[in-house]
Design a protein around this ligand. Sequence first.
Ligand code: URA
Length: 411
Amino acid sequence: MRRAIEEKRDGRVLLPERWEAIVAGYLAGKVDDAQMAAMLMAALWRGLSTQETASLTKAMVESGERIRFPDDTFVVDKHSSGGVSDIVSLVAVPLAAACGARVAKLSGRALGHTGGTIDKLETIPGLRTTLSVDAFVAQVQRIGCAIAAQTERLVPADKRLYALRDRTGTVPSVGLIAASIVSKKLAGGAHAYVFDVKCGSAAFMQNLPDAEALARELVAVARSFDRPARALVTEMSEPLGRSIGTGIEVIEARELLRGRSGDGRVREAVLRITAEMLVLARIAAPEKAAAGALDSGAAYEKFVEMIEAQGASRAALEGMRVPERIEEAYATRAGYVSGVDAVELGNLSRAWSAREATAGIRVEVRIGDRVERGTVLARGFGSAAAATALEPAFEIADAPPQARPLVYATF
Ligand code: URA
């Protein structure tokens, strides 16, 4: 292992069998945390070639079980690199299924200030996110979609490596992130993937060149395993939707699926990502199909079918309400909203929603909006909500800021 660390330190490319030995050795206890941390830091500084990232990905997949779908079932999946108020999976998965695609999604829990789809789904009373492999595969075949929690048995190497990266400042490496994400997608059994790479102050990739590099690498690594893939680089400097929390985001997703959400930006994100999933699934006229299934209520009915298959009910979903206690944060001056600290809002909502499932934050303004003194900027819901904590998250300037697109690039 020492030689391999030195070679990587000096910027050399390691062969596939070296990566295999490193991952297997680490899991077997022959490579210790200090050596692995040094290797990760060398990989972060020197970078990994696409071939090396693919080798690391393969070694990680081989550390655990793999889900397999029958040959006649073509399955797509989508992945977000992590954001705030990102309800896209909750809507895009049933929406793509309502258009005829089969979608098998394994999701994670909250990481830092970013939300986790599994934590959100589990606020629907009765809903199970722990599905056996057989139940997961059968549900996708029967109704077209499932969202389940990543199990301990799939890619155990990622769990160990991720925890070590978290402790050693080695998370933001394009190669290491790509290997972490693609290994979990491969093990999850889907045949094609859409990657939503977030870019901005509340994302792992804070600038466009880094986000584009990750998007390109995700697509290249997936394709090296013969998995068609598309990637979008999307804006994450402010919350994507209006709600931040867990159950409160399910409520926003439910309203969007029922055609009652007023937020155009999150709807556009859902439609763009779903259309990419439909392209991979070879569904004709993808944009039209996605908009049609959202507006007709077909996607909402598919969502209800999915949560019923996982133990919840329509009544439980439709009975979800935000807490009655509300605190409002107001603009203290007139001007234009020039910044919304999504990291801070993500952290606050995590703390608040830990106490009550539907507690959280609703953001009432977007960057660029004109506000007057006294305009409501955000509402906090739940017993822990405090307007004084919300106010510092909003910046107001005299001039409107430069507009930011929702989608920066597609690959
Ligand atoms: N998400 C992942 O699954 N892995 C990473 O390394 C970063 C974000």
